[in-house]
Ligand binder design. Structure first.
Ligand code: FAD
Length: 320
């Protein structure tokens, strides 16, 4: 057996990495929504997330507002955007153009997604990409062509992962095979769909690692403080909401009660995911900061934060 290398024995390299923190935002649909969003962005910025992801409508339905939001994040904030990109209904030529545009604005992270299929079923667009895996390969192709512009650096490519079966998938085992295929095509990390039971995330990790998936799988958690939103989410994402959470939210008689219930449930879920080995937490914010910040305060993630940050519990705890 060879002796441990210098790298193996270096004391600072045996530290565990800080937990990653990120938020999901969506492009605003009106000037009033934009104003609220920018209040949220400024509040979230004080927590120094590692990145914020910006959603993208299936078939590029909100391309301009998404690109505009990403541009402003890059120009006016300290935040690093992760641009979602969907491929359903788009040809490789169209998508290569969008990828190039994102890279030109300074984006260095793309979440490569298929996007939801149109509800009416519609005719598939001739020559359009079919799966997220195709989009990953296209991003890598564009990256290769622009290698000199990127100083031979890399674009971080993320993908979706599913703690509960994707609605179109025959089984959870198939979902893991797809995740493995996405890793082989060049995905660097995955963010999960929402889930309501910690064991669903832990089981996904176990199944994925057993199948050979080695990339980080970051749990996506959503502070659920509204019964209406919980039901809508169930319909949209095909994820069955936890009945006990629905019951408790239904029985609550004030917004404040609902906030406490939703925040506490999210903190428990995130803590259990961290316990299961999650390398970070991705918070679905619905463009609202209050519940996200409350979750963060209660989670007290072990993170390194610059001294200028006004709102960081980990830093406050270290200081106190
Ligand atoms: P894929 O990985 O392509 O999978 C789609 C389906 O095809 C699955 O059922 C899969 O099992 C199957 N499949 C994949 N590859 C193969 C193959 N080679 N052979 C056979 N079957 C295959 N949607 C948006 O419109 N905009 C967003 O911004 C957005 N952000 C999201 C962020 C996250 C973190 C997550 C988890 C989802 C997001 N979605 C978004 C939703 C996503 O687009 C849908 O869940 C969509 O239905 C599937 O996308 P995917 O990237 O997982 O697709």
């Amino acid at each position: 057996m060879s002796p441990p290398s210098l790298i193996d024995t270096h004391p600072n390299l045996s530290d565990t990495a800080p937990v990653a923190l990120s938020y999901e935002l969506f492009p605003p649909r009106s000037p009033a929504a934009a104003e609220t969003l920018w209040t949220t962005i400024r509040e979230l910025e004080t927590t120094e997330p590692d990145y914020v992801s910006v959603t993208y409508g299936a078939s590029g339905s909100n391309r301009d507002t998404a690109v505009e939001l990403i541009n402003r994040l890059l120009l006016e904030t300290t935040l690093r955007p992760l641009a979602h990109l969907t491929c359903v209904g788009n040809t490789p030529q169209e998508l290569a153009g969008i990828i190039g545009e994102l890279l030109d604005t300074g984006v260095r992270g793309i979440l490569a997604l298929r996007g939801d299929l149109p509800k009416d079923g519609g005719e598939p667009v001739p020559g359009a990409l079919r799966y997220a895996q195709d989009l990953i390969e296209l991003v890598r192709r564009v990256e290769q062509r622009r290698s000199a512009l990127l100083c031979a650096g890399k674009i971080a490519v993320g993908v979706a992962a599913y703690p509960t079966r994707h609605p179109e998938s025959p089984s959870e085992a198939h979902d893991v095979e797809v995740l493995l295929a996405k890793q082989r095509s060049g995905a660097d990390f995955a963010i999960t769909q929402v889930f309501f039971r910690a064991e669903q995330y832990a089981d996904l990790l176990t199944r994925a690692r057993r199948a050979g998936v080695t990339i980080p799988i970051i749990p996506g958690v959503m502070p659920l403080t509204s019964l209406r939103r919980l039901k809508r989410l169930g319909e949209l994402a095909g994820v069955e909401p936890a009945p006990e959470l629905m019951e408790r939210l239904g029985a609550a008689d004030s917004d404040l009660d609902r906030l406490h219930i939703g925040v506490n449930a999210t903190v428990d879920l995130a803590n259990a995911a961290l316990e299961a080995g999650a390398p970070g937490i991705h918070l679905y914010t619905f463009n609202e900061h209050q519940s996200a910040l409350e979750v963060l305060d209660k989670l007290a993630l072990p993170r390194r934060i610059h001294a200028s940050s006004g709102r960081n519990i980990a830093a406050r705890q270290l200081a106190g």
